[in-house]
Design a protein around this ligand. Structure first.
Ligand SMILES: *Cc1c(COP(=O)(O)O)cnc(C)c1O
Length: 969
């Protein structure tokens, strides 16, 4: 027996799947002797890093969690009464364990392949229905990134829809949360929108305004009746956005009933932890007539190939890729997982449950106001839901220190103290507060008669603002209230969705790698999840240490001087980076530099973000090898040298190739006065081998939900921090509430100072456990796995682009366009893959009629082989269609995916067997994943748009044709 006291399991061997024996076999198939040789043939020598990454030694999983516990203990979990858009919550255990902590939900991809995503599509439809009900509006989307950016999206939608094109003033109530106003400042300026910030009670609305925004309840808690304000605005052609607190809408007349055109807000307090700022799902609801202008994704009802109820993403889902700089918004990754949680909170509690919760919150607030009133404190909000406002004059100091002694945080602004009650507040908390408020004026709690106060609790919401309309009336919100029912409901939806729990998801450009359990575990530790983003600095030492480390590590990895951890998605990072570039130029007097050169192969968010940053887009061509056409780029850089702001470039390109000319490209841009923005979506091919700074970029965003292991959550959350070179550091985003100013900071781009702070832990864990060597190996194996797939598939599917030595980077494009002549579309291949148990790779990006395959380092050879076998088998099926062996239209590709009800139906009239349809390869029989619906009908759904849960009686089809949706009635 060996007693190895040095034994430390290396996490990199868990994260990187291929073992040594398989690696050798794969290298042989590729036709190289060593991995080093493959990398040398793939990554051009002149861009290679000369030194290994300088990162702390890798920690084992066990050691990491122990060390992190120490870091976590530097965060102090005080009771939060700060409010301002963030409230402590009780996450129902059944939701926490079975959704938030469950890889069956958090490792799903965005539901582009609807047939294997019906579970989360239903959950998101529930969310939309909940939002529509509570806001009193007609249509809602399936989440935005946070309340502040949702408000900015609303402003822009109002601006786009304005009738009077000379109107450029947007009225902003001064009682919005400061972080929301901050984001409106950032987002309005590039469009030339003028913000008029003031008091809604005295402002004179006029024809130069295209829109207005107010908050309900207002920032300091007051509940105003805005009905007249809305009506006056409408007379002048002014649309009204209302930022609303979702919990308050249970008791308040919803904005849709008194004149709102758009209602936005956060759903955080529906069972999603504060997490020091995020992630949380924002909502966006509006009138049906504006449905085509809504930012983000909308889930809609349609039918499948058998005429059954089915769901899919509707309308502008892929809008950025089609409309580019004309897109309504740059939102790509949103907050699906958190929207699902919030929707499930409503499903679990139902209308009665949420009413009890809202009434308890309101009741405790009223009780506190009355009790403090008896002590002589005057509460200033005439009407309120959960937030009390006191001007305590010289007592602010003593109250502040007593609150800290009691481990409570209030919100302080000069002599004004605001206290927000939440779902976790108890009657004892109220008594404690009263006790020390009494103490500071030399009284005691006995001066307050609680029993009498409790016996006579009246709402302070005026009658005309008391909600009378019903909400959450659909049966799905009135069924699953016992834990068993809820558990089974969650599981029944989960079972419909293919996730990384089932098979690899080779999503080109979207890097679906391992989301290790150890990386996920700390996210729900109270020391991280129960911290308010505006908690005092001396209570968040743990988070600060974590940010410091991530900042240093990501700076080392990118080669940049510093990072901003604020952007909460990749596209937000793009926007932040471009705004930083803009600020830099303007600071130097270069106000006219507003041209962004963008290659035609760029992701759709690039032009959409550039447009939002006020830039004019000039498209640069690609050559026949998929590389940027350097001559074209140079000509354009020179033509616009006086107006050039930047180049946006993805590296390695979205064509899956390390362009040799990248250094020259960056030089040309710099010579012409521009900056280089690198889209870091493909960092999985760079880490440890090269870096954005090394190549010559000035700014880059990282998609932590791609390269750095934050799971996709079925369409979010994500994080898109940006790294910048030294000259750009002073312009990195600031924040209106928490001082993170760098000297010349631009206004905030996200509501919280460090974005979705709590999931940064995941990337922190990944880097800490991999170390420099592990991270570099991850890149090497990602390239190995991709080239192995390429070697196996290239004789069956042409590989569109390769590097100088015939290698691909970490992904490759398989050309499927030639099959069109036999009537086979790339979609048919994508759908047929489901019958083999796989999620399709990226379809038709960046080249229409192709798929882009990215296996990542986390897939073992065995899984790559299963995928290749499926692709080859499909290729044979295509050949059989071409040769006439299979029917031109009635074949397994056209009819894919095959559901269990089709396969086991009494009738089978297809000219191929059921066996071939459902079990086309032996391995499929061993572990079959059944798509829950047949191919969804997109056109049908867009024609008859239904975006909330339909009552079955209203449903358009014959009863007999409709499969009862899982919520039943
Ligand atoms: C994913 C991706 C983006 C957008 O990132 P989000 O986090 O979805 O906003 C931008 N560019 C490329 C190349 C991408 O793959």
């Amino acid at each position: 027996m060996k007693l190895d006291t040095q034994y430390q399991e290396k996490f990199q061997h868990r994260h990187i799947a291929p073992n040594q024996a398989d690696t050798e076999k794969m290298l042989k198939t590729i036709g190289v002797n060593t991995l080093d040789e493959l990398i040398a043939q793939t990554v051009p020598e002149k861009i290679r890093l000369k030194k290994p990454l300088n990162l702390p030694a890798a920690k084992s999983e066990f050691d990491y969690l122990n060390t992190l516990k120490q870091t976590a203990s530097k965060n102090k979990v005080f009771k939060s009464f700060i409010g301002k858009g963030y409230y402590d919550v009780i996450v129902p255990g059944v939701i926490q364990r079975n959704i938030l902590e469950n890889p069956g939900w958090y490792t799903q991809y965005t539901p582009y392949q609807a047939e294997i995503a019906q579970g989360r599509l239903q959950a998101l439809l529930n969310f939309q229905t909940m939002v529509v009900d509570l806001t009193g509006m007609e249509i809602a989307n399936a989440s935005l990134l946070d309340e502040g950016t949702a408000a900015a999206e609303a402003m822009f939608m109002q601006y786009s829809l304005r009738k009077n094109t000379n109107a450029n003033i947007f009225f902003v109530s001064e009682e919005l949360f400061p972080q929301t106003i901050d984001i409106l400042k950032t987002r309005s300026e590039p469009y030339g929108i003028e913000l008029q910030i003031g008091d809604h009670r005295t402002v004179e609305l006029n024809e130069n305004m295209f829109g207005a925004i107010v908050q309900y309840p207002a920032g300091n808690g007051a509940v105003y009746n805005y009905a007249d304000f809305a009506a006056t605005g409408h007379e002048k052609g002014i649309k009204l956005t209302v930022v609303a607190d979702i919990m308050s809408l249970v008791l308040l007349t919803p904005p849709g009933e008194w004149g709102a055109d758009i209602v936005v807000g956060t759903t955080q307090r529906f069972g999603v932890p504060m997490g020091f700022g995020g992630p949380h799902a924002a909502f966006f609801a509006t009138k049906d007539e504006y449905k085509r202008a809504i930012p983000g994704r909308i889930i809609g009802v349609t039918i499948d190939s058998a005429g059954n109820y089915a769901l899919r993403m509707a309308l502008q889902t892929r809008e950025q890729h089609i409309r580019r700089d004309k897109a309504t918004s740059n939102i790509c990754t949103a907050q699906a997982l958190l929207a699902i949680m919030a929707g499930m909170y409503a499903v679990y509690h139902g209308p009665q449950g949420v009413k009890l919760i809202a009434e308890r919150i309101h009741g405790l607030a009223v009780l506190l106001a009355k009790a403090l009133g008896e002590l002589g404190y005057k509460q200033l909000n005439e009407s309120y839901f959960d937030t009390l406002k006191f001007d305590v004059a010289h007592l602010a100091g003593p109250i502040h220190s007593e609150a800290l002694n009691n481990e409570m945080n209030f919100n302080y602004e000069g002599s004004v103290v605001t206290i927000s009650v939440d779902e976790t507040t108890s009657p004892d908390d109220i008594k404690n507060i009263v006790r020390f408020f009494a103490k500071v004026i030399g009284k005691t709690i006995n001066d307050v008669n609680f029993d009498e106060l409790k016996g006579d609790l009246q709402t302070v919401i005026p009658t005309e603002l008391q909600r009378t309309s019903a909400y959450l009336t659909h049966s799905l919100f009135n069924t699953h209230h016992s834990e068993h029912e809820m558990l089974r409901y969650i599981k029944s939806l989960e079972a419909k969705d293919l996730s990384l729990c089932h098979s690899m998801i080779a999503l080109g450009s979207c890097t679906m790698k391992l989301n290790a359990t150890t990386e996920m575990v700390p996210v729900t530790w109270a020391e991280f999840s129960k911290i308010h983003p505006f908690a005092p600095a001396d209570q968040v030492g743990g988070y600060m240490q974590l940010f410091d480390e991530i900042n240093n590590w990501l700076s080392e990895i990118t080669g940049f001087a510093a990072m901003s951890l604020q952007p909460n998605a990749g596209a937000q990072g793009e926007y932040a980076g471009l705004m930083v570039i803009r600020a830099y130029h303007r600071d130097r007097g270069d106000h006219h530099r507003n041209i962004a050169l963008i290659p035609s192969s760029a992701h759709g968010t690039n032009p959409a973000s550039a447009a939002m940053a006020g830039m004019k887009i000039v498209v640069v061509k690609c050559d026949d090898n998929g590389n940027i056409d350097v001559a074209d780029m140079k000509a354009k850089a020179e033509q616009y040298k006086n107006e050039l702001s930047c180049l946006m470039v993805t590296y390695p390109s979205t064509h899956g190739v390390f362009e040799e000319s990248i250094i020259e490209i960056c030089d040309i841009i710099h010579q012409n006065g521009g900056q280089v923005y690198m889209d870091g979506a493909n960092m999985n091919a760079q880490v440890g081998l090269t870096s954005p700074a090394n190549i010559g970029a000035d700014v880059c965003h990282l998609n932590l939900h791609k390269t750095f292991c934050i799971p996709h959550g079925g369409g979010g959350p994500g994080m898109g921090p940006i790294g910048v070179a030294k000259h750009l550091v002073p312009y990195l985003p600031g924040h209106a509430v928490v001082d993170i100013d760098r000297g010349k900071s631009i206004h905030a781009v996200s509501a919280a100072p460090w974005g979705s702070a709590s999931i940064l832990i995941i990337s922190h864990a990944y880097i800490a456990m991999m170390g420099g060597e592990g991270l570099t190996n991850a890149t090497r194996y990602a390239i190995l796995n991709a080239n192995y797939i390429k070697a196996r598939l290239q004789e069956h599917f042409p590989v569109l682009y390769t590097g100088a030595n015939g290698r691909c980077a970490h992904e490759m494009i398989l050309d499927c366009r030639s099959f069109k002549s036999f009537g086979i579309e790339v979609t048919d291949i994508a759908k047929r893959l489901m019958d083999y148990g796989f999620h399709a790779p990226t379809v038709s990006f960046p080249v229409a009629g192709t798929v882009m395959v990215e296996p990542t380092e986390s897939e073992p050879k065995h899984e790559l082989d299963r995928f290749c076998d499926a692709m080859i088998a499909i290729r044979h099926e295509i050949a059989d269609v071409a040769s006439g062996l299979l029917d031109k239209t009635d074949n397994p590709l056209k009819n894919a995916p095959h559901t269990v009800s089709v396969i086991t139906g009494n009738e089978w009239e297809h000219p191929y067997s059921r066996q071939k349809a459902a079990f086309p390869l032996p391995y499929v029989a061993a572990y079959k994943f059944w798509p829950s619906v047949g191919r969804v009908n997109d056109t049908y759904g867009d024609r008859t748009l239904i975006c909330s849960c339909p009552p079955l009686t209203d449903y358009e089809f014959e009863e007999s044709e409709v499969t009862t949706p899982e919520y039943g009635t």
